[in-house]
Each structure stands twice: as C-alpha cells, then as structure tokens.
Design a protein around this ligand. Structure first.
Ligand code: CAA
Length: 295
C-alpha cells in the first residue's frame, strides 16, 4: 500500500503547456528540456524583450548543435524550435498548466514573480521553483493557492545531469506532488523527494566540499593544487571548475542560505569574498601559458 502523502501517478494532472519565468542560462536549458522531452509548447518570459530573445536564441542554437551531432532528426529539430516561444508579458502564461521559475536567487524576487504569475494563470496551474537553496514554504506563503507550489530543482548542465530534487512544502497538494513526479519521469530524470531544508541535499554536500577546497586555498595551499588534489578521487569536475560553471553569485547565495541555516559549517571563503567585492563573476581565467589562474 502507498504510504499517506506519497506521490500517486493516478492523481497526476496533464501538462499541455509550460511557462518558464526567466530567460537566463538555467531557464533556457529548462525550456529546451521541456520542449524536447514533453513535446508541448513552452513560453519563456523575462523582464524585457531583449533577454527573452536571447533565451529563445540559446534554445535554437542548442537544438542546432544536437542536429549537427545527429542526436536529433531535422524534423524533431524544427518541431522543438517551433515549440519554444518568448514574451515579455506574463499574460502569455494564461493557458499554461505548469510554470517554473528560474530567476535570480533572492526570496523577495521569487515571491514577487509567483504573485505576478498567480494573477494570470488558471486555478489549477502548478507553480514550480528551480531554487537551489531558498525555502519553498516561504515562497508559497503569501499566495492565494499555496497548495500549487512545488520545488523542482535541476542541476547544471540540465541536459546531462540526471537528478531532479522535488521539494514538497507543507501545503503542497497530493495532486501537485504527484504531477511533479510524473513530469520528472517524462523529462527522463531521476526524481527524489527531499525536505524543504536550506539547499536541499545535493548543494548542501557540494557547497561543503567546494568550501573546504576554498578554505585550503585561503590557508595557503596554491589554488590549483587544492583544486586538482581532488580530481583523482573520481570527481567529474574539480571543485573550482564546478564553482566557475555554477557562477560565483549563485554559489554565494547558496552559501549564505546554508550559513543562515547551519552556521559556521558554511561560509563564503575569504578569497571568494575578495572576488565578489571586486565584481568578478567568473572564477578561472587562462593565463598567458594557458594555465588556469584566479584573477
Ligand atoms: N549543455 C549541454 N550539454 C552539455 C553541456 C552543456 N552545458 N556540457 C556538456 N554537455 C554534454 C556534452 O555535449 C557531451 O554530450 P555528447 O556525449 O552528446 O557529446 C556530454 O555532456 C559529456 O560532455 P564532455 O564529454 O564534454 O565532458 P565530460 O565528460 O567532462 O562531462 C559534465 C561534462 C557532464 C558537465 C561533467 O563534467 C559533470 O558531470 N560535471 C559535474 C557537474 C555538476 O556537478 N553539476 C551540478 C552543479 S550544482 C548545480 O547545478 C545546482 C545548483 O543549484 C547551483
């Protein structure tokens, strides 16, 4: 017998149109995944048309790369491109049944986005958040229908990372949770249910690892030595390369959420703070000899 509250495929609702809030790198990767795997229309929004166009352009360019690698047929490539459109107005979500946000990692911004989306969507539309670290419960708190909110956390690069963390908030309905699991499977991801705790599971572990490498650097081990020391341990990427891919601002926000929740175990390292203070957003650059150094 299914435990009470466990996802039940029979409760899942159909998803026939998807909205993506944001047209940045993560949002664009999500738009591509949904269009390619679900084969339903996906509309992206952002704060202005230029950002929207950039996001849709990214999706089209990624589809062209798949076509060039013969991973997708010409027909499928054209169909996928046609499914992804953009609009600067959230009214484009009016007939969506699943809207996922992947905007700036700041609670007030995400709450504002959800309030604006709730004002235009139907009562049954699910609101999902791709937050890496913020409270899904708080994100739902001021909505008319908090039961429609679920955490749906993907990893970068979305096309290749198999895991999807699904987060149930106290008011998330059984229908919404069940739909999230069915959808995750349709997107060909490995779905896991995680608690609504700061940074969920994976980032909590990753940020601790990345933090300790940064501490070794702060304490005097050369950056590339501290970083590469872990490579033979079977990691697909060294911790600083991963940090560069995730981006310093995102890592900073995740670390701050973890610090607020768990205290001294998590802290922005002195060197990371130095980079943040000087406005550097990417960690590694190649020096003249092609060796990667911290700017
Ligand atoms: N977008 C799409 N596809 C990509 C890609 C990208 N950005 N990067 C790599 N790929 C694809 C490649 O095209 C390649 O596909 P094909 O086999 O079809 O050609 C495949 O992935 C493997 O790539 P490579 O052979 O170039 O390189 P690799 O074997 O070293 O794999 C990697 C690359 C999958 C990114 C691997 O290094 C890896 O798993 N790294 C760890 C990534 C990770 O930990 N991500 C989590 C970050 S934390 C996060 O995202 C959460 C957060 O909330 C902050």
């Amino acid at each position: 017998k299914r435990p009470a509250g466990a996802p039940d495929p029979q409760l899942a609702r159909p998803v026939t149109k998807v909205g993506v809030v944001g047209a940045g790198l993560m949002a664009s990767q999500l738009a591509l995944l949904f269009a390619r795997q679900l084969k339903v229309p996906v509309v992206m929004t952002d704060i202005d048309q230029a950002r929207v166009d950039k996001g849709v352009g990214y999706v089209h360019a990624e589809v062209d790369k798949l076509l060039a690698k013969k991973r997708i047929s010409a027909d499928a490539a054209n169909r996928t491109k046609a499914l992804v459109t953009g609009s600067a107005a959230k009214a484009a979500f009016a007939d969506a049944d699943f809207v996922i946000e992947a905007v700036f990692e700041e609670l007030s911004v995400k709450k504002q986005v959800f309030a604006e989306v709730e004002a235009v969507v139907s009562e049954n539309c699910i609101l999902a958040t791709n937050t890496s670290s913020l409270s899904v419960t708080e994100m739902a708190a001021d909505l008319l229908h908090p039961e429609r909110v679920v955490g749906f956390h993907f990893f970068n690069p979305v096309a290749v990372m198999p895991l999807l963390e699904i987060v149930r908030a106290p008011k998330t309905s059984d229908e919404v949770l069940s739909t999230a699991f069915v959808l995750g499977k349709a997107l060909k991801k490995t779905t896991v249910l995680v608690q609504d705790a700061a940074a969920f599971v994976v980032n909590r572990v990753l940020l601790r690892l990345m933090g300790e490498v940064a501490n070794a650097f702060d304490e005097g081990t050369p950056a590339d030595v501290a970083d590469n020391a872990l490579k033979p341990m079977g990691l697909p990427m060294t911790p600083f390369t991963l940090l560069a891919m995730v981006g310093i601002p995102v890592a900073q926000h995740v670390t701050e959420s973890l610090h607020a929740a768990f205290g001294e175990r998590f802290r922005v390292s002195a060197n990371q703070q130095r980079l943040i203070d000087s406005g550097i957003t990417s960690l590694w650059v190649a020096d003249d000899a092609g060796r990667q150094v911290i700017p």
